[in-house]
Design a protein around this ligand. Structure first.
Ligand code: ZN
Length: 713
């Protein structure tokens, strides 16, 4: 608590003094700060033309102080608790903080610099302390509980009733119902978990760096391209070592294993990857993860659950570990049967080439790449001229959304951006009304995080009178000035994916910000995005955008067919390695609180054997000792969510296919019953209402080309 009161004091001083000093941290917060008042731009878009790096920190600190004071005022209100003075008041609180954090998260993800990085590091613990100060405030919880108990006699509309239940569950989930002694114990466990998790991240970072494959023998690297060799030489130079260095990626398999023709090198590279965090010494993570698993089980027990997974899944779509496990178990036979088939195909190739050895994991990608070339022969150089970025955006991504939902797009050059690469569009609804603002920042930059993502600068809320301001970020290689951006089909699919998230934000139409848009459980949030990917290869859409950038000619049919066929390549392997990781995660987080400290190696082997995922040539995508998602990145007992959402998106697409495919009626129905509703309904119920049935795994198996391998039962 002392940290919070310090914050309030500094915040308050900054608020009253308004004096400007030299260091950014000490600059006061007043009307000169662009976050001081709501933005006057259309859709309250962030005024990036006025925002300077030095404006963020004082605004964040003032925002934290403001929200803290607002929360205290709600908790200490002498009036009887009512829905308005407590639940709605909480929804109205923290607007300054939302304003600044919307812009700050956007720029720190996509346009980072050392000043912003420093601010991020300084503010992160203060933001999480604010979280604790809300959910462990017993006076506030008492008020929320009173309203929760009376909720059915308050004549609330469905969304308001849902918000009461949501708030109550958030408090309970965070430990609000515990005695003071147990709260103190929980805080201790949380702290130890946070510290161990941080330690795991730094150990793994060091282990991954130190685990790199190093050689002075150029012949060992036969098969690498000139560019890959140059990168390996540069990596060696950066580390001041002679020769070549192949740095490790976070997955078990390494990209170079696809092209390294020297088998001994492949084995050596694979083994440094596999053992990176298990070499003894200070970078070995095994003690940390064993204790982390135990701590989480103890935490679950304190909160009243049999294990961590049960606690974590309670507010997810799956609801219980049993449901997630049943789902995964049903996929294992089809995935592993296909993987075994693929292994046989590869072994045959090894034998034809008189390799004289049995397939091992370090051989898989090298030979499967040869199978791929022989069977699918898809050359990206041939397809790229048909995928020019702007054309894909307008005639593919926007076109599909227009056909499905009736929305249209108008470029807005008058809205300021944080980088000249960013484009802004106004999204106009079918009835002509303004709906949202959408930004895209597609090109790779050195100061951008890797990957692609969607988020909001402004969250939609009718209560606060806000329309959504949404953005997509990607890392597509920028063409030289004046040249077109010719992208891969993978990039195309990525654009549809992120735009699917964007639609979930754009269509948000809820009263309360807490329940709006993409604020849904992890095992539901990838559903709209993955679902939208299906339109990328839907013939009526594909044929409309896949046009040669010079001639406008459609893509030759046989080339388009190859793209479709390539989708099912190597799916036995890929699906099995994902399932193995997801099952491992679930087993670690299903440990009973009284279980002894585990030995990660034996635990892992037993967990995989138990779930029939122990295949010698198909290792888990992440070994327990370097499974960053679950020990460091908030995906504990949550890695299954990727597969779960895949079940949903394929199942939903099947519904579309069964009901006439791409039509306005189908699109509008999905928008009304799912995409606009955020978290105003339990996603399992929402989905079943829309689908008319529970989701099934059969469409997923078919999409991955695994259905033939599925046992008939
Ligand atoms: Zn996504």
């Amino acid at each position: 608590m002392s940290q919070i009161s310090t914050l309030v004091t500094t915040g308050a001083i900054a608020l009253t003094s308004g004096s400007l000093r030299a260091e950014p941290a000490d600059v006061g917060f007043g009307p000169a700060n662009p976050f001081y008042a709501p933005s006057s731009l259309p859709f309250h878009a962030p005024p990036f033309d006025k925002i300077k790096d030095a404006d963020y920190q004082p605004a964040i600190e003032a925002g934290i102080a403001q929200q803290f004071q607002e929360t205290i005022a709600i908790a200490d209100n002498p009036a009887e608790p009512t829905f308005e003075n407590t639940i709605v008041a909480m929804e109205r609180s923290g607007q300054l903080l939302s304003r600044v954090m919307g812009a700050f998260s956007g720029v720190t993800g996509a346009n980072m610099n050392p000043v912003l990085q420093k601010i991020q590091e300084t503010e992160a613990p203060k933001l999480s302390a604010l979280q604790d100060a809300t959910y462990l405030n017993s006076k506030l919880f008492k008020r929320v509980s009173r309203i929760y108990e009376q909720r059915h006699s308050l004549h609330l509309d469905a969304e308001s009733l849902r918000l009461v239940e949501y708030d109550y569950e958030q408090f309970v989930h965070s430990g609000a119902r515990l005695s003071d002694a147990d709260k103190a114990e929980l805080k201790k466990l949380n702290e130890e978990e946070a510290n161990l998790s941080t330690a795991f991240i730094s150990k793994l970072l060091a282990a991954t760096r130190d685990g790199a494959y190093v050689t002075k023998d150029k012949a060992a690297l036969a098969g690498l391209s000139e560019a890959e060799l140059a990168a390996a030489a540069q990596a060696a130079k950066d580390r001041n070592v002679d020769g070549w260095v192949i740095s490790l990626q976070n997955t078990t398999q390494q990209p170079s294993l696809l092209s390294l023709s020297n088998r001994a090198t492949r084995q050596a590279l694979f083994q440094v990857s596999w053992n990176r965090a298990e070499r003894g010494g200070s970078n070995d993570t095994r003690d940390a993860i064993a204790r982390l698993a135990q701590l989480r089980a103890l935490k679950a027990k304190l909160l009243g659950y049999p294990n961590y997974a049960a606690w974590n899944l309670e507010d997810q779509m799956a609801h219980t570990p049993a449901a997630a496990l049943k789902f995964m178990d049903a996929l294992v036979p089809a995935a592993t049967a296909r993987a075994v088939g693929e292994a046989k195909e590869i072994q045959a190739l090894i034998d034809v080439q008189q390799g004289g050895f049995a397939l091992e994991p370090w051989d898989w990608n090298f030979y499967s790449e040869q199978v791929r070339k022989a069977k699918y022969d898809l050359d990206e150089a041939q397809t790229r001229p048909y995928f020019e970025l702007n054309n894909v955006l307008h005639n593919g991504v926007f076109y599909a959304a227009h056909l499905l939902y009736g929305i249209s797009f108008k470029q807005r050059n008058d809205i300021p951006v944080y980088n000249p690469d960013v484009q802004v569009y106004e999204v106009i609804d079918a009835d002509g009304k303004p709906l949202a603002l959408w930004y895209c920042d597609y090109y790779k930059r050195d100061n951008k995080n890797g990957g692609a993502w969607m988020s909001n600068f402004v969250n939609q809320s009718r209560l606060l009178g806000l329309l959504p301001v949404v953005y997509n970020v990607a890392n597509i290689t920028k063409p030289p000035a004046g040249q077109p951006a010719l992208i891969s089909f993978n990039d195309v699919t990525g654009m549809f994916h992120e735009f699917g998230h964007a639609l979930h934000g754009i269509f948000a139409n809820t009263e309360y910000p807490s329940l709006s848009g993409t604020s849904v459980p992890r095992d539901f949030v990838e559903f709209p995005s993955q679902f939208n990917e299906h339109w990328a290869s839907y013939p009526a859409v594909f044929d409309h955008y896949a046009r040669h950038y010079k001639t406008g000619a459609p893509m030759p049919a046989e080339l388009a067919a190859k793209i479709r066929k390539a989708k099912v390549f190597n799916q036995g392997y890929e699906f099995t390695e994902l399932l193995a990781a997801a099952e491992l995660d679930m087993q670690w987080h299903s440990l009973a609180p009284d279980a002894a400290l585990q030995n990660p190696d034996t635990f892992e082997v037993e967990a995989l054997k138990k779930t029939h995922l122990w295949l010698s040539a198909v290792p888990t995508r992440y070994r327990s000792s370097y499974f960053l998602h679950i020990w460091g990145n908030g995906y504990a007992a949550g890695y299954y969510a990727y597969l779960w959402c895949e079940m949903l998106d394929d199942d939903a697409f099947r519904w579309f296919e069964d009901h006439g495919g791409l039509t306005r009626a189908n699109g509008d129905r999905l928008r009304k019953m799912v995409l606009s509703r955020g978290f105003t309904e339990d996603p399992a119920r929402m989905y079943a209402q829309w689908r008319g049935a529970e989701p099934s795994v059969e469409p997923l198996l078919k999409e991955r080309g695994l259905e033939l391998a599925a046992p008939s039962r």
